[in-house]
Design a protein around this ligand. Structure first.
Ligand code: B3K
Ligand code: ZN
Length: 877
């Protein structure tokens, strides 16, 4: 029966090749006889033919040992096992299919399908993991009602969980027990979940707006209950928020979250049973930073929001991934904005987009938010699909306004609840509900790349008229040569020099502050403008584009202080810095002296001292852009020059603003630790000041302050901030503090991730040697994705000077690691390779070394599809 197909190069699937399934499965009863060494799965499915021409049922399945196939309770022998699944020949038009197969969770190091995490067993099925559990139609447009019976050793696995409601349970004679679950909502297999283990449980309840009672349960490793409360608070906040802002209510009687230590990504929205990377659940002040707390709130919200945007309405095929991810990211962004600081949330999101997504657009992996072709789907859970996808939803929100947007959401659910939809369906609902034509706007789904806006203006004093000319241009990307003009919302504001906002009007008619750009070049004329105005462009980052406008320093300084939009204040500061970074990088490369005018420092001083500005926003403005953010200012990246110029700016800020920084540092020292927005804001500003102070030429005072803060801190935010600056600014205290932290926390993986990442991003000349040594550290293991990301991910992504070392040692190191991870965990390996495939951004010598590294990787035996897809694209470039 077993036919071996010869090893071939993986083939890409194309979006336009979508075909509805020949068969569907309406109901499936799963039975798991669970053990880590061998688990037996019995799947009883009701199969219905959809296409009369089809007589062969083709099921997906990988790494499975088939035991038996029955059709309508009779053994069936007319089948064939292939490399990717099972072909069952000559099947009836409607029948019950019973498949028994075995799997080996303990050998599953890829963490896809059913695998072992610590002492527990758990699953991850998105995107195509269910086929590692049993033979199935593993595609999102096949929706079935699932019931799941789990049998396992009771002592080892006292809790047996799956989707939906627990409907029965019982004991068996041999020390085993069983639980039966039933999920009333039809769902695709990627939302299936199973967990078995021993846990501590935090229980609570939520009363929905229609007064239904929902049991909430958070499962954590034994001993971690005191770290689960914030997750519960966030969950309840998310449930309430979705009711008030979107009118969406939870639909089952129970909602469970399980935290596991071994997880490839952040979390997973399985129906009624979310499985989380413990990083996004566990927090107490001593172990988690403010950023961790905000991250947990965001991810708990995100997965919960998927219950409607993802689960109730799912995706027709994986090319439509942004339908659920872009939309759900938009929803979690709005949730976080409503819970905390809207301005700072926006700034953080834009930073991520500009740093990582713009870089992806410029890389061999460029793709539209709805990709056209895919070799390995797991490679497309990207910042483009997620964060740019969210920006596309946000632009629709900007164009429609909240009310019409919500009307669009309602219509979308009315049309598609309980089914699998496409991105086109979503836009159609928005268009039909609002009456706003989104035909051109839809191009955002199919066109990749970062549009560039070039704005010029002219003031006609005689006619008191101000004219704006906007050109849009999207450079070619590796996946797509031809680009068209997009529909871009451009949010603007005009100011007089006294700070007064100018009313926008033309020929007696008001003009909305969001301009609709639809052509390559467009002009906008404004009347009754009594002086040459200062323009604020792209307020709130109204579109994911790059902007060029010839700002004078004074205009930017004005906007930093006076713009009504908080994001615009931050953005003006960024533009001002960008100008001097460009200038100084050139100076550095030409061996000229580096310089920063006093006027720039004064502008930052004014923000630092401004009393009616949210300290959180001040901290954002005063935090210098990372080396990666700065890299995006250049077509050819010079990591050393960028590093040196950034260091120079830090030193200037520290020396020139020293007294003010010290005063603000002390002023914002909160003694009690609370997770309250105001306190988070104060800590953020305090630690921003401390960081800058450490770069002063005379850093003895900072050394004392940092050491004091580290030792006196009663919370991880202050402790880590001190340790971070000690390492980054190479203060004398750094060695002692690093040792102290390791001694104190070495048994706590999540806390040690912070320490590993710090070690990996140190400016120390011997950092690579340190990283290599840490591979054998007692807290490190190459089988835990969190540890890998903390140490290796931080090194390759966030230490550009060392990773791009001239001698190629950084690249060689990554080759060694990827060679080891290729088979072990292809998903994690493929994420780590990203900085290596962006070779075109570097000089010829570095490019050669990067290419050589990629060629070495291509020779790996049994290279995974994940790595193959990225490497082959990089070498094509
Ligand atoms: N939907 C999952 C991501 C699955 C990733 C598979 N490689 C988490 C999320 O976006 O909510
Ligand atoms: Zn998601």
């Amino acid at each position: 029966m077993n036919t071996k197909t010869p090893e071939a190069q993986p083939i890409a699937k194309k979006r336009l090749d979508y075909k509805a399934p020949n068969f569907t499965i309406t109901d499936i009863d799963l039975d798991f006889d669970l053990a880590p060494e061998i688990t037996t799965v019995t799947a009883r499915s009701r199969v219905v033919q959809k296409n009369q021409q089809a007589s062969d049922l083709i099921l997906d399945g990988e790494d499975l040992k088939l035991i038996s196939i029955n059709i309508d309770e009779q053994p069936w022998h007319d089948y064939q096992i292939t490399k990717t699944g099972l072909i069952i020949h000559n099947v009836p038009t409607e029948f019950t299919l019973t498949i028994v197969n075995e799997i080996k969770p303990i050998n599953n190091t890829a963490l896809e399908g059913l695998y072992v995490s610590g002492e527990a067993l758990c699953t991850q099925c998105e995107a195509e993991g269910f086929r590692h559990i049993t033979y199935y139609l593993d595609r999102p447009d096949v929706l079935a009602r699932f019931s799941t019976r789990i049998t396992a050793n009771k002592q080892r696995y006292p809790y047996l969980l799956s989707n939906g409601n627990r409907i029965a349970q019982g004991e068996l004679a041999d020390g085993h027990h069983w639980v039966q679950w039933q999920d009333p909502f039809p769902k695709p297999a990627y939302l299936f979940a199973l967990v078995a283990g021993d846990f501590d449980i935090l229980k609570d309840q939520f009363i929905t707006q229609s007064k239904r009672k929902v049991d909430l349960e958070i499962y954590v490793d034994k001993g971690n209950l005191d770290r689960s409360h914030w997750a519960m608070t966030s969950l309840k906040n998310a449930m309430r928020w979705d009711e008030t802002r979107f009118g969406l209510e939870y639909d089952l009687d129970i909602f469970m979250i399980v935290a596991v230590d071994f997880f490839n990504m952040g979390a997973m929205e399985n129906k009624g049973l979310n499985i989380f990377n413990s990083k996004y659940v566990l927090a107490k002040p001593q172990t988690a930073t403010d950023d961790d707390y905000l991250g947990i709130e965001g991810v708990i919200g995100h997965e919960y929001f998927h219950n409607w945007t993802g689960n109730r309405v799912t995706c027709r095929d994986w090319f439509q991934l942004s339908l659920k991810e872009g939309l759900t990211v938009f929803r979690d962004q709005e949730f976080s904005a409503d819970m905390g600081s809207r301005a700072v949330k926006r700034i953080e999101d834009v930073k991520l987009l500009r740093t990582v997504q713009f870089a992806e657009d410029a890389s061999p992996m460029s793709h539209p938010i709805r990709p056209e072709q895919v070799i390995e789907m797991n490679n497309f859970y990207t910042v483009t699909v997620y964060e740019k996808g969210a920006e596309v939803i946000r632009m629709m929100h900007t164009l429609l306004g909240e009310d019409k947007f919500q009307a669009g959401m309602k219509l979308y659910f009315k049309r598609h609840d309980g089914s699998a939809a496409t991105c086109d369906d979503f836009v159609a609902a928005m268009q039909d509900a609002s009456g706003i034509d989104l035909t051109q706007f839809k191009l955002w789904y199919s066109q990749s790349g970062t549009p560039e806006l070039t704005v010029t203006d002219n003031y006609d004093e005689k006619n008191q008229q101000y004219t704006l000319t906007v050109e849009q241009y999207t450079p070619a990307t590796q996946d797509q040569n031809q680009k068209q003009a997009l529909h871009i919302p451009l949010d603007i504001e005009l100011y007089q020099h006294d700070g007064k906002v100018i009313t926008l009007q033309y020929q007696g008619q008001p003009i909305h502050h969001v301009l609709n750009l639809t052509q390559s070049t467009q002009q906008f004329i404004f009347d009754n403008v009594t002086e040459k105005p200062i323009i604020s462009l792209l307020r709130d980052f109204s579109a994911p584009v790059k902007l060029t406008y010839d700002y004078q320093d004074n205009d930017l300084i004005f906007l930093m202080q006076q713009a009504t939009n908080a994001f615009s204040r931050y953005d003006a500061a960024q533009m001002l810095l960008a100008k001097y970074v460009r200038l100084n990088v050139k100076n550095y490369q030409e061996n000229q002296k580096l310089a920063l005018p006093d006027s720039v420092l004064d502008a930052f001083r004014a923000v630092l001292l401004s009393e009616n500005t949210d300290p959180f926003l001040i901290a954002q403005i005063l935090t210098l852009p990372s080396e990666n953010e700065l890299a995006n200012l250049f077509t050819v990246v010079d990591p050393i020059a960028i590093h040196e110029v950034r260091l120079f700016l830090l030193t200037q800020f520290a020396n020139e603003l020293y007294d003010e920084l010290l005063a603000v540092y002390h002023h914002n020292n909160t003694s009690q630790y609370q997770i309250k927005h105001n306190d988070i804001a104060k800590r953020s500003l305090k630690n921003c000041c401390l960081t800058l102070l450490a770069y002063a030429d005379d850093n003895s005072r900072a050394n004392t302050l940092v050491s004091q803060q580290y030792h006196q801190a009663n919370n991880m935010t202050d402790c880590l901030a001190a340790l971070n600056v000690a390492v980054k600014a190479e203060l004398d205290c750094r060695t002692e503090l690093l040792v102290n932290f390791d001694d104190k926390w070495h048994q706590d993986g999540l806390v040690m991730d912070k320490w590993l990442a710090l070690n990996a991003t140190s400016p120390d000349k011997n950092v690579l040697a340190t990283v290599k040594k840490l591979l054998t550290h007692r807290s490190f293991t190459l089988s835990n994705p969190n540890r890998i990301r903390a140490l290796i991910g931080a090194f390759v992504n966030n230490n550009p000077v060392a990773f791009h070392a001239k001698d190629g040692s950084g690249y060689q190191f990554l080759v060694e690691i990827l060679t080891e991870l290729n088979q072990k965990n292809p998903q994690v390996a493929a994420r780590l390779i990203d900085p290596l495939i962006r070779l075109k951004r570097y000089d010829e010598k570095r490019q050669q070394q990067m290419r050589k590294a990629l060629e070495d990787l291509l020779k790996i035996e049994n290279l995974s599809k994940d790595l193959f897809e990225k490497i082959s694209k990089a070498l094509e470039a």
